[in-house]
Design a protein around this ligand. Sequence first.
Ligand code: G3P
Length: 214
Amino acid sequence: MQIFIDSADVREIREAASMGVIDGCTTNPSLVAKVGRKLEELIPEICSIVDGPVSAEVLSTDVDGMVAEGRILAKIHKNVVVKIPLIGEGLKAVRIFTAEGIKTNVTLCFSPMQALLAAKAGATYISPFVGRLDDIQYDGMELIEQLVTIYENYGFNTQILVASVRGPMHLVQSALIGAHCSTVPFSVIGQLLKHPLTDAGLEKFLADAKKMKA
Ligand code: G3P
């Protein structure tokens, strides 16, 4: 399973990339607003750090606006993936981008039939939001199971990019179900890495090393 970092913070992205565990990066308007930077200067910097797909989201909600914005974003770097909300106008834009060879990430997916429509329009990635479904007492991971089955049943090439990840178990389940990728906040990458037996074992090795013959 590919792991993307869900962040617009270049310090976090740099740190994760330096560990060699990052296959790509996803941003959204909320994450970009949080770091107080302009998208057009942020995306090239992220592309210089991450050697893989980097999602940048359009802000327009009409097809013409999305296509105009997306074409500008796609010109920034060959790895830019245009992120588009899962609405009718968005699917029209996906169809146009697909014909132009521009990669797309269809975001804000909360149901299997939304995902089917996005795949039919030619989406490169679909982003189902598991955490936000869990928040309202739906089972986010059940949606991932449904998507994997539906896409396999009909041979769609759209990659399932599990989003709105809140903790390590979302990753464990995504990998077991067979999702193609998950995008995770920097804090969750730290949680994935951590194991108390690793820490205790290292502490003991270092303590014993002091007793070694010089
Ligand atoms: O990038 C989209 C997604 O990962 C957002 O996550 O935590 O705001 O629901 P969250």
